[in-house]
Design a protein around this ligand. Structure first.
Ligand SMILES: [Zn+2]
Length: 261
């Protein structure tokens, strides 16, 4: 059974990727396409726009535009802080934009970088003036490595945390913070990453995003590595330590606590 079905699905995919893709993206064709036979409609429904974008690099920007435009359907609170979603296979456009603005982007949280054996799926660099929406750049690795649409949307939930912090200056839960204390860039980056994962896990834990096991297997170790760095900072009797303790305390009362330790 499996073999026959797989072959049928693959050839159907190929057919759709080459002939019907533009129509499927137009969206209205399914609703208004009375000339489509029932079986053809079913085929269009079977192949999610994500599967088509995964199979065909040429339509990935179109796909990102679709999910950006229909945030009611695809997004979660905070997605409205995205300025746009840019398909940027190996982050050349992002690099050019950073250079043009004279921004040096370093991986400031040690151990959390592509150098640690990870390929970056997407990135939301902070540039421009605080209060602006941010562009998120989505690399080809996101389409090559992520298995299903919810994997990609979940990774975007994480990015939306970064966009929201910059755009609105707030986050999606409350935490105790030292009054008047100044945060170093290191603790800001570390806390931002932990919070980004917290947001991502929240929508997984509550059943809103049904991500693949392989997605979780990649995200949880990263989140735990970052969280243990945070625990180390929390041991310090400094303002940084106080920031870290505030976040740890908040996370321990979140439904996502078990993802971090
Ligand atoms: Zn992040």
């Amino acid at each position: 059974m499996g073999k026959v079905l797989t072959r049928a699905t693959n050839s159907r995919r190929k057919f759709l990727a080459h002939s019907a893709l533009g129509l499927a993206f137009a969206g209205t064709i399914v609703a208004g396409g009375s000339y489509l036979t029932r079986s053809k409609q079913d085929k269009l429904v079977d192949n999610s726009p994500f599967d088509m974008a995964k199979a065909n690099e040429a339509v990935r920007q179109q796909y990102l535009d679709t999910i950006f435009a229909d945030q009611q359907k695809y997004g979660v609170p905070g997605w409205d802080s995205f300025a746009c979603l840019v398909y940027d296979p190996v982050f050349e456009r992002m690099g050019a934009e950073l250079r043009r603005r004279g921004v040096v982007k370093k991986d400031r949280v040690e151990g959390y970088s592509p150098g640690a054996g990870l390929v970056r799926w997407m990135s939301t660099p902070y540039f421009g003036e605080k209060g602006m929406k941010l562009a998120t750049y989505v690399g080809k690795a996101a389409f090559e490595q992520l298995e299903r649409e919810d994997d990609l949307l979940s990774a975007l939930d994480h990015e939306s945390f970064h966009a929201q912090v910059f755009h609105k200056g707030n986050i999606h839960f409350s935490m105790r913070q030292p009054k008047g204390g100044k945060m170093s860039q290191f603790i800001f980056d570390l806390m931002s990453e932990v919070c980004g994962f917290e947001k991502q896990f929240y929508y997984i834990e509550t059943g809103y995003r049904k991500v693949s096991k392989s997605m979780l297997d990649r995200c949880i170790p990263m989140a735990r590595m970052l969280y243990s760095k945070l625990e180390n900072v929390a041991l310090q009797e400094t303002t940084e330590g106080e920031f870290a303790r505030g976040l740890i305390e908040a996370i321990q009362s979140r439904p996502t606590a078990r993802y971090f330790r």
